[in-house]
Design a protein around this ligand. Structure first.
Ligand SMILES: O=C(O)CCC(=O)C(=O)O
Ligand SMILES: [Fe+2]
Length: 539
């Protein structure tokens, strides 16, 4: 018989279960060593869990006793501790400040910044503006991972502490896009695993230092599921390998450096607004293109040309590139070729204030960013089907080259009655950035001449995603998140990938009919407009 390990929970314990794309659902353990009749002999699940009525009340089972699958119930919010544990804000700030100063001495720490009061935080359902007395605060760390492991390279971490610090441990967010089974899709290091790891480090260390050591140790821990941990480490190793190999082939070394973005590379108007950093200065460089779509000058000409040369050089190197998404065959995820430190600076220093100015709340805080270059050319990818981005705020900068066509079509917000109605056709301009919410339906018209490269930054805000606002626009809430459409869609807003009525209004191009006809899901049945007609699937 296989060796049995003690289970972490007992009957009656409150737990949170990982429901995949639907997030975490709360409930209580109702049975241990659970089995279903049709399971082969020997198969069992460690726990049966009854979900709370607010999560549907179903009986489910947890397939593994690991923190990624089932963990102690999460507090409803991490921003504000229980009242009895809260300390005066000034004390917490002082404690964090002196710990940050000491962290600079810690091996592997390249930079330690903060504490900084968060510009926005969630209290479980709502977003609120923290104050110096409530917190929470963040400390940002740029570190190298554990030496000799697949996580050795540059890492950007953000520690979020509330006013019960250090009694309440910090939440650790890994902004770098590394593969690790203990890091959630949004980049949060598993809370239960962190609590266990903290216990392994001496409490004589300062609490921040202890948190950092525990976090680093966890990244390279074999994990409970060794195979998964090894797969993640391998994919990380491959990424580091590409970064290392390309580091010898870089054409413009400055594009990869921490201070790549400066008065020399940014557009002078942008630099002026950034230096002044007032609402008036930002407003002065913004063009309102349509409701919630803005554009502004970001890069200067020479910088765009250098960026393009770098992309051409990477393509020419023959090194493997990870593609940004399934719709894009020629794009490159630039974080994975070694540009991450530079792009972190672009996002967190320069684009964050823009997002805050344009989209207060959702744009007030940025965690991870997924950044890539897309390339369109006659004979290659021509355009991009209508879609929404898995981002909260998207920045899209045109790098060149010369081209015709390729308008960026905007429709409505996902799930809104007018989400398939046209609102804007934006024409890209060299060095100019268009910025919009990720849930806005948009797509790129085909290029008719030349070649186009754009730098796209998808930014995410965990605070926003934990609040009630997120589920309204969340891709997964197709059942509830869609309101009835007001009428038939505009042709330009149709998506051959997603829509059920594409073929009713438009001819499919080439092979897309075989791939997509009759396979769409949009609009969901309850949101169909009057006299809706779905296309006929192919036989
Ligand atoms: O090609 C463009 O300008 C749009 C690209 C885009 O929307 C995306 O990659 O998400
Ligand atoms: Fe997009």
């Amino acid at each position: 018989m296989a060796e049995t390990r003690a289970l972490r929970f007992k009957v009656g314990d409150r737990v949170s279960c990982n429901m995949g794309s639907e997030g975490w659902a709360h409930g209580k353990v109702v049975a241990l060593h659970y089995r279903e009749d049709h399971w082969p002999p020997g198969k069992e699940a460690p726990y049966q869990v009854e979900l709370d009525p607010s999560f549907g009340g179903a009986l489910i089972y947890a397939p593994a006793d690991v923190a990624r699958v089932i963990r102690q119930e999460l507090a409803s919010t991490f921003s504000l501790p229980e009242e009895k544990d809260a300390r005066p804000g000034a004390e917490v700030v002082e404690a964090l400040r002196s710990e940050v100063a000491r962290l600079q001495e810690e091996p592997g720490v390249l930079r330690a910044l903060g504490p900084e009061l968060m510009a926005v935080a969630e209290d479980g359902a709502e977003l609120f503006v923290p104050t110096e007395s409530t917190g929470p605060w963040t400390v940002t760390l740029v570190v190298t991972g554990p030496t000799g492991t697949a996580y050795e390279a540059y890492l950007r971490l953000q520690l979020k502490a509330n006013s019960a610090w250090p009694k309440a441990p910090a939440e650790v967010r890994v902004h770098s896009w590394i593969h690790n089974p203990l890091i959630s899709k949004e980049g949060v290091l598993d809370e239960a695993a962190l609590a266990e790891a903290l216990a392994d480090h001496s409490d004589a260390l300062s609490p921040l230092c202890r948190t950092l050591r525990a976090a680093r140790a966890l990244l390279s821990a074999p994990g409970i599921d060794e195979e998964e941990a090894e797969d993640a480490a391998e994919s990380n190793r491959q990424r580091c390998e590409v970064v290392a190999q390309y580091s010898h082939l870089r054409k413009h070394r400055n594009l990869f450096e921490l201070d790549a973005y400066s008065a020399e590379t940014l557009h002078p108007e942008f630099w002026k607004a950034f230096s002044e950093n007032t609402a008036e200065a930002w407003s002065a460089i913004m063009t309102s293109e349509a409701s919630e779509v803005y554009s502004f000058p970001l890069f200067n000409r020479d910088f765009c040309a250098a960026f393009i040369e770098e992309m051409d050089s990477f393509h020419g190197s023959g090194l493997p590139a990870r593609r940004p998404n399934s719709m894009n065959n020629y794009g490159i995820v630039v974080n994975e070729i070694g540009m991450e430190p530079a792009l972190d600076q672009l996002v967190h220093t320069f684009l964050q204030p823009v997002a805050q100015h344009l989209f207060r709340g959702v744009g007030s805080h940025v965690d991870r960013h997924h950044t890539f270059v897309v390339r369109y050319k006659v004979g290659e990818d021509l355009g991009l089907d209508m879609h929404t981005d898995d981002s909260d705020v998207t920045f899209n900068v045109c790098l060149g080259k010369d081209f015709k066509g390729a308008g960026l079509q905007f429709c409505g917000n996902q799930g809104a009655p007018d989400h398939r109605h046209a609102s804007l056709c934006y024409q890209h301009q060299l060095g100019r950035c268009v910025v919009h919410r990720g849930h806005r339906r948009h797509g790129a018209d085909d290029i008719t001449e030349g070649e186009r490269l754009n730098l796209i930054l998808w930014t995410r805000n965990i605070e926003y995603r934990r609040s009630r606002y997120w589920s309204r626009h969340n891709l997964q809430s197709r059942s509830t998140g869609y309101q009835r459409e007001t009428g038939p869609p505009d042709k330009v807003c149709l998506s051959f990938t997603h829509d059920r009525d594409y073929g009713v209004f438009k001819e499919y191009a080439g092979r897309t009919k075989m791939q997509h006809c009759g396979k769409g899901w949009c609009p969901p049945h309850h949101a169909e407009y009057a006299d809706f007609q779905a296309e006929q699937p192919l036989d």
